[in-house]
Design a protein around this ligand. Structure first.
Ligand code: SIN
Ligand code: CO
Length: 381
């Protein structure tokens, strides 16, 4: 299990002083760090169709970016390239454990765990991200420069590579295994590898207003909601037929406002929308259907594991009615198993001790049966 070693500040101080505000280097944030996966395994994942991978390298002065799957890297030599695999948490249970120490930030904010294998001089070039990222040096040595937030000109160094112009560094440092660099959105940065290295990035991303509104519109259409028309039975005579006067503008705004004030609809939308998987899931539905008696027995000895990358949420304001959100859908369970559902949403690993009071509850066993059949949860030794 990975544990964050915060010597300069604690989690509260980190959130108060750095999160979304300024970058910081956490030296030996992971003490005695052992990388959960090696370069060969990463190359193997990059060879799979379902896994998102990217190669970035320089060709003279030009930047090149290619998308996987890749079957060989020999043509690239031993310098100046990096291989990036997205959503590593969906494909490696060991690597997914690296996210656990960051659970003091809720899961709805999480994007994914990314890994990059980079040869000396390799990197993706100076750029700005839209997400908060904890870059954890796994093996090797890499130099990182981070600039201040501000006006930075961005340009496409390649169709698939948005760069920014060189910047003055406010952080310029070498990361060694176990060191962590936190960078909030908007701060330009550039990591250049000194010794072949693995960097793991735990990324957190939010949605823009336009993302949310477009998702909300899809939800309303899908669920046939929000069909109410603007009504204006108290209309007064208008002397300027081309005008939309201030009371009519208020009427239009109020129509939208009424929808946004409907907490039931907004929760239903946000829960479904935020629980959609961000990357392909490695779904392996259970081979054999277990009987309820078997499930009950296994729950008493084995851990129940949530599939990497699967998103399951509840709202503290509505969970008591048994509603939760799983992989893009609203789910309803009996109120008597609400505490068990909270355990499933809050923990990747649910141990027999945690779940002991529910192992004979038929409602819960039925739910676990469905989750196992869908491949969303699985038993581990
Ligand atoms: C990388 O690890 O090469 C890129 C990580 C980043 O800059 O966000
Ligand atoms: Co970046």
């Amino acid at each position: 299990m990975y544990e964050l070693n915060l010597t300069e500040f604690d989690q509260e101080t980190f959130l108060r002083e750095y999160w979304q505000q300024k970058p910081v280097v956490i030296r030996q944030g992971f003490k005695n760090f052992v990388a959960p996966i090696d370069a060969n395994e990463i190359a193997g994942l990059a060879g799979m169709e379902e896994v998102e991978s990217r190669l970035v390298y320089r060709d003279g002065d030009d930047w090149q970016a290619e998308f996987g799957p890749f079957d060989s890297f020999e043509r690239l030599g031993d310098k100046g390239w990096s291989l990036i695999v997205q959503a590593l948490d969906n494909w490696s249970e060991d690597a997914a454990k690296m996210i656990e120490p960051f659970r003091f930030i809720p899961n709805w904010r999480l994007d994914d765990l990314m890994v990059s294998f980079a040869t000396p001089e390799g990197g993706v070039g100076p750029h700005i991200d839209l997400y908060d990222v904890f870059i954890c040096q796994g093996t090797g040595k890499r130099n990182w420069r981070v600039g201040d937030k501000g006006e930075h000109v961005e340009f496409a160094a390649h169709d698939a590579l948005l760069h920014c112009e060189q910047f003055e560094a406010i952080i310029d440092t070498e990361l060694l295994p176990g060191d962590i660099l936190y960078i909030p959105p908007g701060f330009p940065h550039d990591g250049v590898t000194i010794e072949a290295s693995l960097s793991f990035s735990v990324g957190f991303r939010t949605n823009s207003t336009s993302n949310l509104i477009s998702g909300l519109a899809d939800h309303l259409i899908d669920k046939e909601l929000g069909g109410e028309l603007i009504e204006d039975p108290q209309r007064l005579v208008s002397s300027n037929s081309g005008a939309i006067n201030s009371s009519d503008f208020a009427l239009i705004k109020n129509q939208l406002q009424k929808l946004l004030d409907n907490d039931d609809i907004i929760r239903q939308f946000a829960g479904s929308f935020l629980s959609q998987a961000k990357h392909e899931l490695d779904l392996i539905p259970a081979e054999e259907q277990l009987s309820n008696a078997q499930i009950s027995e296994i729950l008493q000895t084995n851990n129940l594991m949530r599939l990497g990358g699967l998103r399951a949420f509840y709202f503290t304001d509505s969970i008591d009615s048994g509603v939760f959100y799983l992989n893009g859908d609203e789910q309803q369970v009996d109120e008597e198993i609400v505490e068990a559902v909270k355990l499933l949403c809050d923990n990747v690993t649910v141990t027999p001790e945690m779940i002991s009071e529910f192992v004979h509850n038929e409602e819960f066993i039925d739910l676990v049966g469905e989750l196992l059949d869908a491949g969303y949860w699985y038993f581990s030794e």
